[in-house]
Design a protein around this ligand. Sequence first.
Ligand code: HEC
Ligand code: HEC
Ligand code: HEC
Length: 437
Amino acid sequence: MTMGSRGLLQGVLAVGLVLYAALGNWRAMGGPSVPATSSAARADEAGALDTASQVERGRYLARAGDCESCHTAPGGKPYAGGRAIATGFGTVVAPNITPDRETGIGGWSADTFYRAMHEGLDDEGHHLYPAFPYPWFTRVTRADVLAIKAYLDTVPAVRQEDQPPHLAWWATRPLLGAWNAINFDAGEYKADPRRSAAWNRGAYLVEGLGHCSACHGAKGPLGGVHEHRPFEGSRTPDGWYAPSLGGSTREGLGRWSVDDIVEYLKTGSNARTAPAGEMREVVEDSTRWLTDADLHAVAVYLKSLPPSNQRDADVPALDGARLQRGEALFTDQCTGCHMRDGGGVPGVFPALAGSSAVQASDPSTLLRVVLDGARIPATQAKPTALAMPAFGWKLDDAEVADVVSYIRSAWGNRAPAVNAAAVADARAHTDREARSR
Ligand code: HEC
Ligand code: HEC
Ligand code: HEC
């Protein structure tokens, strides 16, 4: 779809939303609806707020929710806000959530904080944009939300004013009432008694604080996660591709064991792959801090997801001339590390044969790795960071398209060929990021 027709479609949808809202056919648009808690429970909460163990639990849960990463500007003070979060419609700047009473959330009550996490409303009852992952955080229990608040109350207060969002003209806060009616379903996680305790813990983390489908879920035209394809993979507004986490064997976790998933989320790489894009930050700031038991639970849950629909469908073979050009480039540029059979060197250079990153239906992440290079994240468990060199300066768009199309069809791999226009598009994203560094 061209940008113009996409903008038009979004405009039409926005007008539809306004009409829908005008019909009054949505749930309360901002009126406080704080869940009732008994006064005894409130007294308990107040007492518990002081305990060091609650603060520690809150620190852990805040990592599971990756709060600091979004709420800290590059080089800025922790939790003081100022980082611009990209959406399909512009950017929303994360606010200051330090305990400063004037510019942060120091004056917020437990109920106000819970309502923000549970319903996506600020202290005055205005809608918050879903760039704040409240559609996932709503699944988090009140006890866990209040532990996070207890922890946030202990971080140093910083005086720093919030900045306004930069969004499409029609993407106003009141409209979010209608957005919520379509895309948002408030409610804490309900355990499935037919499943194991580990599965339920994993589902709670993945669908709640982890907000994994915020990136990995297929999206509707207004950016909401597709109800029936929550883990089918999608392109992020920053131009990476978060692949399907379902059970397919080409793109997906079908070939990964529970231990492979744990190792990836804990150490930032496994024998199969290493994150290079946005997942790198997720591992560094969030998943690597989780306990082995929680990571195991996450993996058990992910392994239970069904294969996504069309990812294993057959694609036409690459034409002979492109195959030859791609293979020649691969032999020259890549075999030194990834080996002629695409098998890589276990623990050093990832295998490209059988790789889900290589065979992803959308090649955005793959192209950016080849253009810009990548470095395996350094974690406690694996301190040395290995690098994949950048080829963007060396190969032109057509050459990158050829070598990438080759590795997507060699050694039993199967994924659609990539054209030079897609390479140019990925190059535009890497250039933009290089300029902002
Ligand atoms: C993906 C980025 C992202 C993550 C992760 C994230 N937030 Fe936010 N948060 C935002 C953005 C953006 C806003 C502002 C939304 C708006 O302006 O409507 C926000 C708003 C908030 C607000 C409302 C503050 C106010 O002044 O109105 C609170 C409270 C908050 N976040 C807490 C948290 C907590 C706690 C976590 C971790 C559990 C968290 N956030 C994780 C991006 C994020
Ligand atoms: C901010 C967006 C974002 C969030 C949130 C996110 N991911 Fe990812 N994820 C990605 C991207 C992009 C990739 C592609 C690899 C890369 O970054 O280089 C990826 C890759 C992965 C992979 C490797 C898949 C493969 O086939 O190679 C796994 C496993 C994964 N993510 C699990 C998770 C889990 C579990 C969560 C939630 C705890 C999560 N992700 C949250 C963006 C995200
Ligand atoms: C000097 C060694 C070296 C060379 C040469 C090299 N790579 Fe890599 N490559 C790496 C390393 C190390 C990684 C892991 C880095 C990461 O993903 O964070 C990697 C990762 C990758 C990945 C991501 C795989 C995955 O599943 O995460 C792809 C795709 C890739 N390389 C393709 C290529 C192509 C195509 C070429 C030739 C044009 C090439 N590489 C040349 C070292 C190399």
